[in-house]
Design a protein around this ligand. Structure first.
Ligand code: G3P
Length: 217
C-alpha cells in the first residue's frame, strides 16, 4: 500500500519524505487554508520535494471552471493529480482532464455507486472518506472493501485512495482490504510506530543497561 501524506505543511512532508514514508501528497482547500499560503506557490514547493503524485483540488463548481482550473494546476508540475469533487460536473471535468492525459483524483466519495462512476470517467484515484462516514455512524472501512470488490470484479484500473483516515487502525485495515493508497495526516503515519509493549520492553532494557553499565560508544 502506498502512503500519501494529507497535508500542505512543508516540514511534515520533508520529514516523512526523507524516511521514505511518502509516495505522494494530498491537499484540499481546508489544508491549503490552514497552511496560510498561496495555493499555486505551496503546491509547486510540494511537487519539488516529492516525486509521486501531489493532489491539488479545484475550487469551483461547474465543469468548465473545474477544467480550466485543472489545466492551470496541471501546469505546475508533471506529478500533479487534479482533484475534483464527486459531483456530476466533477465527473465531467474528470473525463476531460483524464482524456487530456492528466492524473485525476475524484474526492468526497461516500458510496460504491459514486466510485463506479469515477472509474468510468477515467479517474486515476478515487478518494472514499473513511473517517467522515464513521462520524455519522456508518462504516468507512466497509466502503473501502465494497469498492475493492467492485473494481476487482470488472478490472477497473482506478486506484483506491483511502482518505479521511483518523487512526493507525484505519491504516492497517486499509492495507488488509487492499486499498492501493492510504492518505493520512503525518501524526497518524507516525503513530503507526507506537506500541505499549515496545515502550514497556524498552523501559525494561534501559533499566538493565543502567544497572549493568552497558556501553557501546
Ligand atoms: O483530503 C481529504 C481527507 O483526507 C480529509 O480528512 O479528516 O478532514 O475528514 P478529514
Amino acid at each position: 500500500m502506498k502512503f500519501f501524506v494529507d497535508t500542505a505543511e512543508i516540514d511534515q512532508i520533508k520529514e516523512l519524505n526523507d524516511l521514505g514514508m511518502v509516495d505522494g501528497v494530498t491537499t484540499n482547500p481546508s489544508l491549503i487554508a490552514k497552511s496560510g499560503r498561496d495555493i499555486l506557490e505551496v503546491t509547486k514547493e510540494i511537487c519539488s520535494i516529492v516525486d509521486g503524485p501531489v493532489s491539488a483540488e479545484v475550487v469551483s463548481l461547474t465543469a468548465d471552471d473545474m477544467i480550466a482550473e485543472g489545466r492551470k494546476l496541471a501546469k505546475i508540475a508533471d506529478n500533479i493529480a487534479v482533484k475534483v469533487p464527486l459531483t456530476w460536473d466533477g465527473l465531467k471535468a474528470c473525463k476531460t482532464l483524464s482524456d487530456e492525459g492528466n492524473m485525476v483524483n475524484v474526492t468526497l466519495c461516500f458510496s460504491a455507486n459514486q466510485a463506479i462512476l469515477a472509474a468510468k470517467a477515467g479517474a486515476t484515484f478515487i478518494s472514499p472518506f473513511i473517517g467522515r462516514l464513521d462520524d455519522i455512524n456508518l462504516d468507512g472501512l466497509e466502503l473501502i472493501d465494497d469498492i475493492r470488490t467492485i473494481y476487482d470484479n470488472y478490472g477497473y484500473e482506478t486506484q483506491i485512495l483511502a482518505a479521511s483516515i483518523r487512526s493507525a487502525n484505519h491504516m492497517s485495515e486499509c492495507a488488509k482490504i487492499g486499498a492501493d493508497v492510504a492518505t493520512a495526516p503525518a501524526n497518524v503515519i507516525k503513530s503507526m510506530a507506537n506500541h505499549v509493549l515496545t515502550d514497556k520492553g524498552l523501559a525494561g532494557f534501559m533499566a538493565d543497561i543502567e544497572k549493568a553499565g552497558i556501553k557501546i560508544l
